[in-house]
Design a protein around this ligand. Structure first.
Ligand code: GLU
Length: 261
């Protein structure tokens, strides 16, 4: 199998606020649009790994819950049942472009154990070389601590580190990182560049995570801190805008670029 050109390898993370409607049903419009974008990038020779949240949110619909439960047992049940619908939606949309979706479930602790992280790396790399689109989520059924505290922002950073990808695109429902919570302040200003070496987290006040997911801007910055080196970059982008990753790759001025300099 041919080697992966790391310059062409990109990791895209999609949060629950994008993959799931507030009703708990899969957001088919988003899943369709990201699948189209993956196809277009794939045609241009990019290798794509998608980290997608939404299992718990979609499980809430299956179990008819209007708010996210706190108990680990229930969260695991929601995740196990919701993941099926999530991955099926991606499989269906990617199939329209003759692309193969491949599910990979990882827990944060897998990255700390050498043979497990090596296995994950080999298996994801092989899928990419075979032309499939790996779709990663947390393996919530085998984690207890993580189902309460883990998040897919940091998972996507760990995946990007493991695969040595140069670009991580974190898609969310905001236009990027703002100095104030844009939902509560009309004068909130988008910060288009963040050099993490000079960044004072006190200069911004982030909102809490959304009602469906576990992340928020704080975990996105944490993910960036853990992943960034001098030769790679993280982008926080609005996933509701169609073709946003392609636009940024074509140097269009969207979102927030986070880097080290
Ligand atoms: N893995 C969780 C899910 O699919 C979401 C974690 C997160 O929101 O970051 O529901």
């Amino acid at each position: 199998m041919k080697k992966i050109n790391l310059e062409k390898l990109i990791i895209i993370k999609a949060g629950s606020s994008l993959t799931t409607l507030s009703s708990g049903l899969p957001n088919l419009k988003f899943i369709k649009s990201i699948s189209e974008q993956i196809h277009s990038l794939h045609q241009k020779g990019f290798y794509i790994v998608l980290v997608s949240s939404g299992a718990i949110a979609q499980g809430m619909k299956i179990w008819n819950l209007s708010s996210k439960p706190k108990s680990v047992d229930f969260l695991q049940a929601l995740s196990a049942s919701g993941q099926i619908g999530l991955i099926n939606s991606y499989q269906k949309e990617l199939k329209r472009f003759n692309l193969i979706a491949a599910q990979v479930l990882l827990s944060h602790s897998d990255f700390g154990v050498k043979n497990r992280s090596e296995n994950a790396k080999n298996s994801i790399s092989n899928l990419i070389k075979l032309g499939a689109i790996p779709i990663i989520n947390e393996n919530d059924s085998i984690s207890t601590e993580e189902i309460l505290n883990g998040d897919n922002d940091r998972l996507s950073g760990k995946v990007a580190t493991l695969l040595k990808s140069k670009k991580l695109f974190i898609l969310t429902d905001q236009n990027g990182v703002f100095d104030k919570n844009p939902d509560q302040n009309i004068e909130a200003r988008l910060i288009s560049r963040i050099n993490l070496n000079k960044f004072d987290p006190k200069s911004v006040s982030f909102g809490a995570s959304g009602i469906l997911g576990r992340g928020g801007m704080t975990t996105k910055i944490k993910a960036a801190k853990e992943y960034l080196k001098k030769n790679n970059e993280v982008w926080i982008l609005n996933g509701k805008k169609e073709g946003i990753v392609e636009d940024v790759l074509a140097n269009k001025p969207y979102g927030t670029k986070i880097f080290l300099a």
